[in-house]
Design a protein. Structure first.
Lengths: 267, 70
């Protein structure tokens, strides 16, 4: 196992285990620099109404930035609350970007942004049937991950903690169980706050990490992109190296044998 | 003759025979079609049909484009 060993999603080989979310960058120059520093090959984008006040200001130019960086687009269905909306959004994304890959998000409310499991599975099944390569954003529930795999998802993307919370991995035991049972790649999606969180995800056995806010909202996004790229590599090396078991009590690394005795009475 | 349609939530009155292509071109910041997609009543209209699909009275049209996100 090496830090740069590629992995495969739906037959596509990816050398970088870091997928970059493009949300939250203050401008395209910072995004471009962070992209380069991250080494990501895959990058999320969203769809919003054209011509709206908060819509694309320089429509198309986000795609120019991604093209120039040589990264591929992974469209998402961010903001969808129902399977129907997510399915239509995925179909729009396929038309807009010419890719059948979709990061499927179906959320339950706007405060937690947690996935709506029922709608998520329904949307995933319909999109798989429609020929999509579906990468669902899901909870850290191993059973739900299995359900998503069963309906044909190409990967599962459990959250470490809520989107944008920077709370890291709140339930590493669940993430481990998802990893142990998954027959498809596992990408940790959401919750990463800093480099160590990304390393931890990979140490737990995740195949990759998706980061947006941790990088885009960092004080220095480019430096954080670099840090998280290295953390993913470090995590990969550590996972392969095999961590020592946890113990409740100490285990000396220095041998007791040959320890000098300075008290003559105890000789 | 005109048709009343809703485009991205805004009600508009267009000349009868207005096409999807003309609607996309009329929106601010319209790129040259790249990264843009259109749905009418939740059905995607393939780009190849934009020039020929005419809007019917009462149509609900959504025109979307790429933004940062996710």
């Amino acid at each position: 196992m090496t830090a740069v060993a590629p992995f495969t999603i739906a037959g596509r080989e990816l050398r970088s285990r870091l997928i970059l979310g493009t949300g939250g960058f203050t401008n395209h120059d910072v995004l471009a620099a962070a992209l380069q520093a991250s080494g990501a090959e895959l990058c999320t984008v969203a769809l919003r109404r054209l011509g709206g006040e908060r819509g694309p200001n320089h429509a198309g130019s986000i795609l120019d930035v991604l093209d120039h960086a040589g990264v591929e687009v992974l469209p998402n269905t961010a903001g969808c609350y129902t399977a129907r909306d997510a399915i239509i959004t995925a179909q729009l994304a396929r038309e807009a970007f010419g890719t059948d890959w979709i990061k499927l998000e179906v959320i339950g409310d706007d405060r937690t942004l947690l996935p709506d499991a029922v709608e998520l599975v329904a949307a995933a099944e319909a999109l798989v049937d429609d020929g999509f390569v579906v990468l669902p954003y899901t909870t850290d529930d191993p059973i739900l991950a299995r359900r998503l795999e069963d309906v044909g998802c190409a990967a599962v993307m459990p959250l470490g903690s809520p989107i944008g919370s920077g709370m890291g991995i709140r339930n590493p035991y669940n993430i481990s169980i998802v990893v142990e049972r998954a027959g498809v790649p596992v990408i940790l999606d959401a919750g990463v706050g800093t480099a160590s969180d990304a390393a931890f995800a990979i140490e737990l056995g995740c195949d990759g990490v998706l980061c947006a806010s941790a990088i885009s909202r960092a004080h220095d996004p480019v430096a954080m992109a670099n840090a998280i790229r290295l953390a993913v590599q470090a995590g990969r090396l550590a996972r392969g190296a095999g961590r020592i078991p946890r113990r409740r009590y100490a285990e000396a690394s220095t041998p007791d044998e040959g320890l000098p005795v300075f008290d003559s009475a105890s000789q | 003759m005109t048709v009343k349609v809703t485009i991205n939530g805004d009600r508009r009155e267009l000349p009868a025979g207005a096409t999807v292509a003309s609607v996309v071109a009329s929106l601010p910041n319209a790129p040259e079609g790249r990264g843009v997609a259109v749905a009418i009543e939740g059905e995607v209209v393939p780009r190849a049909q934009w020039a020929v699909v005419e809007l019917r009275d009462g149509a609900n049209v959504e025109v979307v484009a790429a933004v940062q996100g996710g």
